[in-house]
Design a protein around this ligand. Structure first.
Ligand code: 2IT
Length: 449
């Protein structure tokens, strides 16, 4: 590897030994940049990469809240404003027990390149808390969100930093967060958050956007291969917002999702999660118990595999859409033999680096990276920001058409970047390169800081 890249990666390893997810994403992105660094010696001269792996700013804060029994709890909150070269920092908030600095930083780093790929003016950021939403009442979630926003509101704004949802943060949480922001600031600045309800400036299709975008991206890959989506079987994971969107769009386009998973195991539905009743049931399950997918098997009389992951099930397309590092070497080996030609990452960093390298080496497979595939979510968030600043509401057809076009551009620009650097149809490297180049140019043009 190029000596400069190696130095930056080694520095990150040395500084972030306790944050393995962040080290992992830096290794993954930077290893794609070898030909770019060779072609652009000016980047090394100003240590552009050393700057890019260091957040512009990151802070941590205390979030104190009271449960329904009158007991007080202290959680930790974070916001990482990683890179603002392209626009206001933009990225979700994750509320999950296992969140810590390393998770926020890894997600923030990925977000820089993802947001760049959307072609829209948004920088990269991410935030979250180690608050565990499981089993909390609405009132508890509201008090938590109000406390969280009280700590954060001074540091965000429509032109500063625009948080949104991620795991554990959906429309309900965004509503409480926005209500508190408005109360504290006394202004109607709804462009400060995205993923809002439609009564106060949320965009149509935002809840579906990540899943819809992922399926649109897949259709572009299929088109490149002279293939079509009709009749394709898809192994997906999770059953949250993203997977729900994948099921819906796949169903509309004549394909079907045949697996879902949860912390308790996975379900196999050979007929597909491909009726309105089934797709809607995902929302019910998530609202009642986000920890168990078994109720789907019970309701629709399909097989449930306790404690197992769906990887290895025979299918045409594999879409890991649940969480980071869901696919390790052991699962990748099964996926390589399951008959699928397409490995389309959806969740942020769902594949370990060794498993991803292994899958990319499979001659019969095409691998697409999550930071391109799932960019439709944040892309529609940027469309929500545009609607808010215009004080207009766009129709479903307008937003859907823009999303579809955006996903095509992301795919085509990734393919083109890979081609230009002599890498063939390498969507992983191409996505990293295309995302990187725009940020790099903006940073160079804005001078050294
Ligand atoms: O990972 C992601 O891109 C998100 N959670 C969405 C971020 C956003 O600002 O909509």
């Amino acid at each position: 590897m190029n000596a400069y890249l190696e130095k930056v990666i080694n520095d990150v390893r040395a500084k972030h030994g306790t944050e393995p997810e962040f080290v992992q994403t830096v290794e993954e992105v930077l290893s794609s940049l070898e030909p770019v660094i060779a072609k652009h010696p000016e980047y090394e001269k100003v240590d552009l990469l050393g700057r890019m792996v260091e957040p512009e700013r990151m802070f941590t804060f205390r979030v104190v809240w009271c449960d329904d029994q009158g007991n007080w709890h202290t959680n930790r909150g974070w916001r990482c404003q990683f890179n603002g070269a392209l626009g206001p920092y933009k990225g979700g908030l994750r509320f999950q027990k296992n969140v810590y600095e390393g998770i926020v930083k890894f997600l923030g780093f990925e977000q820089i390149f993802k947001n760049s790929l959307t072609g829209l003016p948004i920088g990269g950021g991410k935030g979250g808390s180690d608050f565990d939403p499981a089993g909390k009442s609405d009132a508890e979630v509201m008090r938590f969100c109000q406390s969280y926003m009280t700590a954060l509101y001074r540091y965000i704004g429509p032109d500063v930093d625009v948080p949104a949802g991620d795991m554990g943060v959906g429309g309900r949480e965004i509503g409480y967060l926005y209500g508190q922001y408005r109360r504290l600031k006394g202004v109607w600045e709804n462009g400060v958050l995205t993923g809002k309800g439609q009564t106060y400036g949320g965009s149509v299709i935002r809840p579906e956007a990540t899943g819809y975008g992922a399926v649109y991206y897949l259709t572009n890959v299929l088109k490149h291969e002279g293939d079509t989506i009709e009749g394709k079987t898809i192994a997906a994971a999770g059953f949250g917002n993203v997977t729900w969107g994948i099921c819906k769009k796949a169903m509309q386009l004549g394909a079907k999702v045949i697996t879902l998973s949860g912390p308790d195991g996975y379900v196999l539905d050979p007929e597909g999660v491909a009726t309105e009743e089934k797709v809607d049931f995902l929302l019910t399950m998530r609202a009642t118990d986000p920890m168990h997918v078994k109720p789907y098997a019970d309701k629709f009389g399909v097989q449930f595999f306790p404690g197992e992951k769906p990887w290895g099930v025979k299918c045409d397309v594999v879409m890991p859409s649940a969480m980071q590092n869901d696919v390790k070497m052991e699962q990748a080996e099964k996926i390589a033999k399951c008959g699928a030609k397409y490995y389309i990452e959806v969740a942020n960093m769902p594949t370990t680096n060794d498993a991803l390298a292994f899958l990319r080496e499979q001659k019969h497979m095409i691998v697409a990276p999550s930071k391109a595939v799932n960019a439709g979510g944040v892309g529609v968030s940027a469309l929500e920001m545009a609607q808010n600043s215009e004080r207009l509401v766009w129709t479903e057809d307008e937003v859907d058409a823009q999303l579809k076009k955006m996903m095509q551009n992301i795919h085509d620009n990734s393919a083109k970047a890979a081609e230009e650097y002599g890498l063939g149809y390498d969507l992983v490297a191409g996505g990293n390169i295309a995302g990187f180049l725009k940020v790099a140019q903006a940073m160079m043009e804005q001078g050294c800081f």
